[in-house]
Write a protein of this length. Structure first.
Length: 249
């Protein structure tokens, strides 16, 4: 994940018009998340361990928020991400995807935008994303979200008179959607444990995304994930497995 995110940052910066200056916010976010998580973990365990998860959170924050914001916004997003990971927990697991939660709160507080510019190299997003969900065995989650979102959204768009060619073009060029489903949605500690639960969760987040897109479009995707995270402890309490009838000899 770390290697893939670094590559996406570099390719987006040098080949998609964002320039090397776009990497400065990433560096600020990464330094913030690593430093804070490092000291929190030392305070808790009295050992120094490099926080890889904090590095990933910083890379996400720097790649999701717009590049030209004031430096303290990236710092605050990183602080919120790490604090939420250590404080907002159920059964020793953090509820919210840390990076997403940090991006969402600073966006709502300061009214700043999140452009998800890291998702610019669509081909690399798809290649890296498929590899990640294959390694994590989370095709069920990513596919349930993608199919639900594009199916429901296409029906809505067609009912409103949108041409099928426009919908088809959107599906082919949905870099942000694919990045979200293959990198953010599958964060291991904030999605359900069992397969059927994950499928339901993917559908739920897709529905929330579509709903929030019509109500509060400036925060639709991170808000959908944050609200979906809240339902994970509830979904984990239900197996959603079909019971097999006992055979009588």
């Amino acid at each position: 994940m770390i290697v893939f995110l670094v590559i996406l940052h570099l390719i987006s910066s040098f080949f998609y018009g964002f320039s090397v200056k776009a990497l400065l916010p990433v560096l600020i976010a990464v330094i913030t998340t690593i430093t804070l998580d490092l000291f929190i973990e030392y305070f808790k365990s009295k050992t120094w361990l490099f926080p890889q998860s904090a590095l990933i959170s910083g890379l996400f924050i720097g790649g999701l928020l717009t590049q030209n914001l004031q430096w303290h916004i990236y710092v605050l997003a990183g602080v919120i991400a790490i604090i939420s990971k250590h404080i907002i927990k159920i059964n020793k697991k953090h509820i919210f995807n840390p990076a997403n939660f940090g991006v969402l709160l600073v966006s709502m507080i300061f009214g700043v935008s999140h452009t998800w510019w890291i998702s610019s190299p669509l081909i690399l997003v798809l290649i890296f994303g498929v590899f990640i969900i294959w390694r994590l065995r989370r095709f069920d989650l990513a596919v349930s979200f993608l199919v639900s979102y594009y199916l429901i959204n296409s029906v809505i768009e067609l009912s409103q008179g949108t041409q099928f060619s426009e919908i088809y073009y959107t599906i082919l060029n949905g870099g942000v959607i694919y990045f979200f489903s293959m990198f953010m949605l599958i964060e291991p500690k904030t999605h359900p444990m069992q397969r059927n639960q994950r499928i339901i969760y993917g559908i739920l987040v897709a529905v929330l995304f579509i709903a929030f897109n019509s109500i509060i479009p400036q925060h639709d995707l991170p808000l959908a994930l944050a609200v979906g995270n809240i339902f994970v402890p509830i979904l984990n309490k239900f197996s959603f497995e079909l019971r097999k009838k006992k055979q009588i000899d």
